[in-house]
Design a protein around this ligand. Structure first.
Ligand SMILES: Cc1cc2nc3c(=O)[nH]c(=O)nc-3n(C[C@H](O)[C@H](O)[C@H](O)COP(=O)(O)OP(=O)(O)OC[C@H]3O[C@@H](n4cnc5c(N)ncnc54)[C@H](O)[C@@H]3O)c2cc1C
Length: 446
């Protein structure tokens, strides 16, 4: 049964909060939906009352697109449930689940699919935007493993899109975002993963950045698909596993997720170990633990962006490290992620996402506490993008950016696929009821 939260009601403020503390919007009503019938009721209410609609799952949209001011939020968080078919290696996941909830159940069977790197992110929002995670070079993006979606469309129809019906909608849901309806369930292909994998972090003082970053780039570039990894500039957290002299200091770190043969993984990791990391936490660990290793608490302010690269030459490494050294906030993570492997091997037209062959994704991820520091942190992200521009392809992965305008949305899909998405949007949501997202405008909207 739908639970309605209006301003002043108990729980309203908890319900409206998103992960990004910069987002402080006050919807007219939040409809907490437990199933498709509730979603239909909420949509009917919004249309009857002329309310703008936002759809919320894990609440991790950095731009706050899963809420609004004075509109209606369809909150699917109560739609839980993870069912695993171990023989068929398939999972059916309620759209209110987080990756932590999905991974926990799938890992009981030693199974997983590519999911976000933070356990509190929503399965729905992340997958609908593509879905990048540690397993992607072996198994593709989350959306490459999406077999079916169930959704309620703007006109109240309950639709299942799979390989036999509404194939266009399944295709559009593999990266085209929440543009087409409210997703209530998703089905995924699963793979044997762990439960123990070889993973963790290694870190060096940022003063060694050039040596480590170049070595990492060459290492990750050539690595087998079983290696998921990332390069990140961070500040040493005040944790006992960080030597006191490095706490609060800028570090260059690598994250490792090796899902192949243990001995081969140890040999591979040795290449980076030979650079004598000051912190070495790489070892056997449960995959589900790795999936929450970089979880940040909610309540911090966030602004991010991202770009694709075909190569990451030494000059790009220099720009990356200079920006890392100049982060205004010690909470900011400055990331470089390698794509390639299965991400690149898909049929180019199998999803709406373009430039699947991009080799690297740069991802400045500004995080800070105080509103007084907003301008400095936003400027840092924008300045990095400007300095980094000579090395980028012009393509972008939308899950990693905020609201950066129509041209960036088009750049994520390329002209032909964007037109195909517009045609599908025009069929399923001609009135653009679902506009609170990286919006694809239907042809009929003026
Ligand atoms: C800390 C953090 C870590 C992240 N790590 C990764 C990562 O490793 N890989 C990656 O690819 N991305 C990552 N992201 C980005 C993330 O994938 C996107 O922000 C995604 O949109 C979040 O999904 P959500 O369900 O949590 O968010 P929400 O804010 O609930 O939703 C975001 C958007 O998704 C759509 N949506 C959500 N649920 C539904 C639904 N049921 N039906 C229809 N549309 C829906 C809506 O358009 C909504 O505006 C991360 C984000 C954060 C904050």
């Amino acid at each position: 049964m739908t639970k309605w939260y209006e301003p002043g009601a108990a729980g309203y403020d908890e319900q409206r909060a998103l992960f990004n503390a910069m987002i402080d919007r006050r919807p007219r009503v939040i409809a907490a939906c437990a199933g498709p019938a509730d979603v239909r009721e909420a949509l009917e209410h919004a249309i009857r009352e002329g309310l703008a609609v936002a759809v919320r799952s894990g609440g991790h949209s950095v731009a706050g697109q899963s809420t609004n001011d004075d509109g209606l939020v369809v909150d699917v968080r109560p739609i839980k449930g993870v069912e695993i078919d171990v023989v068929a290696r398939r999972a059916r996941v309620g759209s209110g689940c987080t990756w932590g909830e999905f991974d926990a159940v799938a890992q009981e069977h030693g199974l997983a699919t590519t999911g976000g790197r933070v356990s509190t992110t929503g399965v729905a929002g992340l997958t609908l935007g593509g879905g990048s995670g540690w397993l992607e070079r072996k198994y593709g993006l989350s959306c490459d493993n999406l077999l079916a979606v169930e959704m309620v469309t703007a006109d109240g129809r309950e639709i299942r899109a799979d390989e036999t019906q509404h194939q266009d909608l399944l295709w559009a849901s593999k990266g085209g975002g929440g543009n087409f309806g409210v997703v209530t369930a998703l089905e995924f292909r699963l793979h044997p993963v762990g439960p123990a994998i070889l993973g963790g972090l290694m870190a060096w003082p940022l003063a060694q950045g050039v040596e480590v970053a170049r070595a990492y780039r060459d290492w990750a570039d050539d690595a087998p698909d079983e290696l998921g990894s990332g390069l990140v500039v961070i500040s040493g957290p005040p944790e006992e596993f960080i030597p006191p002299y490095l706490q609060g200091e800028p570090l260059i770190a690598i994250a490792v997720c090796w899902t192949g043969d243990r001995v081969a993984g140890e040999d591979l990791v040795q290449v980076m170990r030979d650079l004598s990391p000051a912190v070495d936490l790489v070892g056997p660990m449960p995959y589900a633990q790795l999936q929450s290793m970089i979880d940040d608490p909610p309540g911090l302010r966030q602004y991010w962006s991202a770009d694709y690269h075909d190569t990451f030459p030494d000059a790009a490494v220099g720009v990356f490290l200079d920006a890392g050294a100049g982060r205004p906030s010690p909470l900011t993570q400055h990331l470089l992620l390698p794509w390639g492997g299965a991400v690149a091997r898909v049929e180019p037209d199998s999803t709406p996402l373009t430039q699947r062959g991009a080799r690297w994704v740069s991802h400045p991820f500004a995080t800070w506490e105080d509103a007084a520091d907003d301008d400095a942190n936003i400027a840092w992200v924008r300045d990095y993008r400007r300095a980094n521009a000579p090395f980028t392809t012009g393509g972008v992965y939308l899950n990693f950016i905020g609201d950066e305008g129509d041209e960036r949305i088009k750049a994520a899909f390329g002209a032909d696929k964007y037109e195909r998405l517009v045609a599908i949007k025009s069929e399923y949501d001609p009135g653009n009821v679902f506009s609170g997202n990286q919006n694809i405008r239907p042809r009929t909207t003026v």
